[in-house]
Design a protein around this ligand. Structure first.
Ligand code: CP
Ligand code: NVA
Length: 306
């Protein structure tokens, strides 16, 4: 049995296989072919943070695969009142076939997985957001932009930046990360990514200069400057992140047909200008919709490896 806590535990071939399954299911859906591959199965979804895309995509995906998803907010289950993680994991995994968790500390999801008898999927932690990267890469494949990727991540050294590092390190492409001073990626995760990069031939560089990162990039991406749980820092971050907005003057340094991705929710006028968001809105909303298809690929893959 496998858990999906970060992309670190998956090989390049496995990541590509999950995306292929997702693309096949997406294609089938267009032709009104519904295979009930998870017939009668249930997915428990524990949310300790807000979500639009993650909840809707997992719930819809599970239904389309013939199963059912349970939305479990920590305000409603005993986990939020102090029931130990290990007991919650044992109980939920004794009734559900898979569990998806969105939480703060990455260690929470690790502890849950250790005590779970069914696969656990990371639906975002403070450290990683791996399901988003499945959708992002699937989107690049669909837009014929997955060859010779030179990616630039501009903004906060957060869960999205970390997940981009692991994807680049696994798939072997070049990634430049530009963050303001004091908002760099986690040093330990960077170290791990650099070790993996040596094996795959990936090139990962970090800088404080967004222009260096974006120069001739084929993919440019960013994320909110204020992640969930950091709301109190928002005003301070807006001041510190000046110069890191992806706008026309930044995008024009990238390669001619560079793709712009954003995991959403986006804050126009902060991490991305209104103009750039509008110009790339087709790919951005395709990326959001691909959460549904990529995660169906993931759930089918995890079920096959039980
Ligand atoms: N991108 C993403 O995970 O969106 P939600 O927070 O709406 O789930
Ligand atoms: N970095 C953001 C991603 C939201 C999908 C957050 O953690 O809030």
């Amino acid at each position: 049995m496998r858990h999906f806590l970060t992309l670190k535990d998956f090989t390049k071939d496995e990541i590509l296989e999950i995306i292929d399954i997702g693309l096949e299911i997406k294609n089938n859906l267009k032709n009104k072919i519904y295979k009930k591959e998870l017939d009668m199965q249930t997915l428990g979804m524990i949310f300790e943070k807000s979500s639009t895309r993650t909840r809707v995509s997992f719930e819809t995906g599970m239904f389309q695969l013939g199963g059912h998803a349970l939305f479990l907010s920590n305000r409603d289950i005993h986990l939020g009142r102090g029931e130990p993680i290990k007991d919650t994991a044992r109980v939920i995994s004794s009734m559900c076939n898979m569990v998806m968790i969105r939480t703060y500390e990455h260690s929470m999801i690790e502890e849950f997985a250790l005590n779970s008898s069914v696969p656990v999927i990371n639906g975002l932690t403070d450290s990683f957001h791996p399901v988003q990267l499945l959708a992002d890469y699937m989107t690049l494949v669909e837009h014929n932009a997955e060859q010779n990727i030179v990616a630039a991540y501009v903004g906060d050294g957060n869960n999205m930046a970390h997940s981009w590092m692991i994807l680049a390190a696994k798939l072997g492409f070049e990634l430049r990360i530009a963050t303001p001073k004091g908002y760099e990626v986690d040093a330990d995760i960077l170290k791990e990514a650099l070790i993996l990069a040596k094996e795959s031939g990936a090139k990962i560089i970090t800088t404080h200069n967004p222009k260096i990162a974006v120069k001739n990039a084929t993919v440019v991406t960013t994320d909110t400057w204020t992640s969930m749980g950091q709301e109190d820092e928002k005003q301070e971050r807006i001041k510190i992140f000046q110069g890191f907005m992806v706008d026309e003057s930044m995008m024009c340094l990238a390669s001619k047909d560079a793709k712009f991705l954003h995991c959403l929710p986006a804050y126009r006028g902060l991490e991305v200008s209104e103009e750039i968001f509008d110009k790339h809105s087709n790919i951005i909303f395709n990326e959001a919709q691909n959460r549904l298809h990529a995660q169906k690929g993931l759930m089918v893959w995890l079920d096959k490896h039980k």
